[in-house]
Write a protein that binds this ligand. Structure first.
Ligand SMILES: Nc1nc2c(c(=O)[nH]1)N[C@H]1C(S)=C(S)[C@@H](COP(=O)(O)OP(=O)(O)OC[C@H]3O[C@@H](n4cnc5c(=O)[nH]c(N)nc54)[C@H](O)[C@@H]3O)O[C@H]1N2
Ligand SMILES: Nc1nc2c(c(=O)[nH]1)N[C@H]1C(S)=C(S)[C@@H](COP(=O)(O)OP(=O)(O)OC[C@H]3O[C@@H](n4cnc5c(=O)[nH]c(N)nc54)[C@H](O)[C@@H]3O)O[C@H]1N2
Ligand code: SF4
Ligand SMILES: [Mo]
Length: 684
């Protein structure tokens, strides 16, 4: 039996695995004991990797829909027909009629995102979209606005950690290990979460009303300033706008924040003091959750300012600037502006860096309205938007307007079922490629690794770079795709990284770590307009938004919309993660399905009582957009009046409850939490 050391590849964490291969078949995986990150452990998904790879739902060969039914076709026929249609649509509507979308896998799978963008942009369309238009980018942007760059959390060296709207036991499994270890070593832990998650037992726990965390952060600053606990030397030397901040936060007394958030003023004072007086404190926030509220971007800004005034920037255990490991950039420049450029200037026009993707909320909108131009061809890869995209009805309406819809995925997903063509890509264990974290996200350790091919691509599947490349050749863009093998592609990516393919091959795990440096501002300052940390941002104000964050209620909260609350009195949360599943994936893996057989709505016993709901019964969760049915999980661990439903379940798809019109005005993100909802008792 051969043992190959590589990474799991199922999620962004990139845990090390030992893959056991016998006669060309993957038979077992174990966590790599010596791996720096997971130390031999695997999450539930990782433990079931083999079952997932050999799932009967794999797409075996290219298929085409004819009269409503899929037919097997050859790769050559599939790519030739798709190429001909693309060229026809370009002729009719112009290049920008093509839009491509990659999912969360596309932000983690470097080849997928890079080749997708390369083809789209070489074709001449700006329309590349990915979850950075609904997830994560907000936090990068908020930090860029504040610091002119993106410092990253370093919990492993922190003495006080606030887990803020983040449940790493489920969503960032190796990070949970780091946090628990740090707590054992004596770090203080504060957990701010609408649900009393298991790790809340290990520290001080606060349970806010959804979407009010910005008010808590501002009140913490009020206490820190009133009690003179800020880092005066750091603030004087490195920040601008402190006077304005002092004025603004006067209004946010702990008592006011208590009225907004439901968290006791005394608790807000207590955590503010601990946070400010501990040497090296770190806000370790949710990776998508808090961004996906009405005021997500400003909430992120408030966290950044709180870190700055306590001097926890670029110091061990705070938020630290990690130099990125640079992989070769395969993008081709296009002149045309991204969709959302006019509507969301902070997202698209802030500073010199413009994002290489459009606003996801504008993608479906443009597909429906054909304004400012028609989008008629759509490619989805590494994603299952028919289940995961917020506002399913809008998404399905958008598909109706297309003339060509191609889905690229290893599995026959709900989205694939809707496509004109489905092209089978292989999984990351079936190709040589790039793993790791060049941007150091959440672990503050920039590293990359050589992801090794463990088995040959199953059936007729192909690496995704090869699919885009072959299509490129068919549409006359062959010059952009000179690579012939996985290895050549990987070698090209590594060419700008500081490490060669050969060096990676010589390292047993194929890992390469970047360098880290503290107090880097002494050398490079801060690259904002003022060259300082901008507690107040003049540029935000020029673009029409408050220069210092304020609290804004979620549009449909009972406080903001009491009329709606008469009919829909509860508050909806969607998408709390579970270790067993990622996005809409792996529901067909028997070992995982046995652990979590169906979707459950978490509700407090008091809320359940109001509707006469019993634990375990099927109930309806309803918003003005629609209703889903799922099992009631009555638990004390969630706030009264809040209903938490998971995402990714096709039969109980929470995205039909959401409304794409409800967005964060600053980032353009469609909101995924804080909506007005009600429960429906289905049984007599
Ligand atoms: N197993 C698994 N892991 C995943 C994923 C997956 O689907 N499955 N998805 C990946 C992706 S795409 C992402 S973006 C990340 C998401 O990662 P995170 O955004 O960190 O999501 P969670 O870890 O579920 O933690 C979010 C927590 O926020 C709480 N919460 C909700 N609303 C509020 C609020 O208003 N205030 C406060 N204080 N708390 C609130 C929820 O109760 C929940 O416990 O996870 C990634 N990891
Ligand atoms: N209501 C609600 N909706 C949400 C969220 C929420 O919290 N609430 N979360 C949102 C967030 S943060 C995100 S990031 C999105 C995620 O949304 P998606 O990215 O659509 O989520 P997944 O279902 O994980 O889709 C990933 C797809 O990639 C495929 N895949 C896996 N590995 C490979 C590979 O190696 N190659 C290729 N080609 N494909 C592969 C899988 O089969 C799967 O179909 O969902 C969003 N949707
Ligand atoms: S957290 Fe789980 S799914 Fe993600 S890389 Fe690690 S073992 Fe794989
Ligand atoms: Mo995400």
């Amino acid at each position: 039996m051969e043992v190959i050391k590589t990474d799991c590849g199922l999620c962004i964490n990139s845990c090390g695995i030992d893959a056991y291969v016998e006669n060309g078949k993957l038979v077992k995986v174990e966590g790599t004991k010596e791996n720096w990150l997971n130390k031999g452990e695997l999450c539930e998904k990782g433990k079931h990797l083999v079952e997932g790879i050999y799932s009967p739902t794999r797409v075996k060969y290219p298929i085409k829909k004819v009269d409503g039914h899929f037919q097997r076709i050859s790769w050559d026929q599939a790519l030739s027909e798709i190429a001909a249609k693309l060229l026809e649509l370009k002729e009719k509507y112009g290049a920008r009629t093509l839009a491509t979308w990659t999912g969360s896998v596309g932000t983690e799978h470097f080849e997928m995102a890079a080749f997708n963008q390369r083809l789209a942009k070489a074709f001449g369309t700006p329309n590349f979209f990915n979850p950075e238009g609904i997830c994560f980018r907000t936090r990068i942007l908020a930090r860029q606005i504040t610091f002119g760059r993106y410092p990253v959390e370093e919990p492993r060296n922190a003495n006080c950690i606030i887990l803020w709207g983040h449940n790493p036991d489920e969503s960032y499994f190796p990070q949970a290990r780091i946090v628990r270890q740090r707590v054992r070593e004596g770090a203080k832990l504060i957990i701010i979460d609408v649900r009393r998650i298991p790790i809340a037992k290990e520290g001080i726990y606060l349970q806010p009303r959804p979407g009010t965390d910005g008010a808590i952060a501002l009140a913490m600053m009020n206490v820190i300033i009133a009690e003179k606990l800020w880092d005066k030397e750091f603030v004087d030397k490195w920040t601008t706008g402190f006077d304005r901040l002092v004025e603004l936060v006067k209004e946010y007394t702990p008592e006011k924040a208590e009225a907004i958030s439901g968290v006791a003023a005394s608790e807000i004072k207590r955590i503010a003091r601990i946070f400010a007086t501990t040497d090296s404190s770190c806000i370790l926030e949710g990776v998508g959750h808090l961004h996906q509220y009405t005021n997500g971007l400003q909430m992120e800004r408030a966290f950044a300012i709180l870190m700055a005034i306590t001097g926890n920037i670029d110091r061990p255990g705070g938020w630290v600037t990690c130099p990125q490991i640079r992989l070769a950039d395969l993008r081709v420049p296009v002149e045309e502006k991204n969709l959302g450029y006019e509507e969301y200037p902070v997202f698209h026009q802030f500073g010199k860096r413009t994002p290489p993707y459009g606003s996801a909320s504008m993608m479906t909108e443009t597909m429906i309205t054909e304004k400012p131009y028609p989008i008629k061809a759509f490619f989805s890869s590494g994603s299952n938007p028919a289940v995961t995209f917020p506002d399913t009805k809008k998404f399905l309406e958008a598909l109706e307007n297309l003339e060509l819809f191609v889905c690229i995925d290893p599995y026959m997903t709900e989205t694939a079922e809707l496509a004109d063509y489905v092209l089978p890509s292989c999984t990351s264990l079936e190709e040589t490629g790039i793993g790791g974290f060049p941007y150091a996200i959440s672990f503050c350790v920039p590293y990359i690794l050589l992801r090794k091919k463990v088995i040959e691509p199953l059936y007729e599947s192909k690496p995704i770079w090869k699919i885009w490349s072959d299509l490129g050749h068919k549409i006359g863009l062959g010059e952009y795709f000179p690579w012939k093998t996985d290895e050549e592609v990987a070698e090209h990516f590594f060419s700008t990284s500081g490490v060669t393919m050969q060096q990676l091959k010589e390292n047993p795990e194929g890992v390469y770590f970047g360098k880290k440096e503290y107090e880097i501002y002494d050398k490079i300052g801060f690259s904002t307009d003022s060259k300082k940390i901008e507690l107040y941002s003049a540029r935000m104000e020029q673009l029409g938004f408050p220069g210092i964050p304020t609290h804004v209620e979620p549009q449909q909260s009972p406080a903001a919309n009491p009329e709606l609350a008469l009919q829909y009195p509860e508050i909806l949360l969607t998408g709390a993660r579970r270790q067993e599943y990622i996005g809409a994936q792996m529901r067909d893996v028997p070992g995982l399905r046995a652990r979590i057989p169906e979707a459950e709505a978490e509700i407090n016993p008091l809320t359940a009582k109001k509707y006469n709901i019993i634990n375990g019964e099927m109930i309806g969760v309803e918003t003005p957009r629609g209703m889903i049915k799922l099992k009631a999980n009555v638990t004390d661990d969630i706030r009264h009046g809040v209903v938490s439903v998971p995402h990714g379940w096709a039969a109980a798809n929470c995205n039909i409850l959401l409304d794409a019109k409800l967005r964060d005005d600053v980032s353009g993100y469609i909101t995924m939490r804080g909506h007005a909802c009600r429960l429906v008792k289905l049984t007599a």
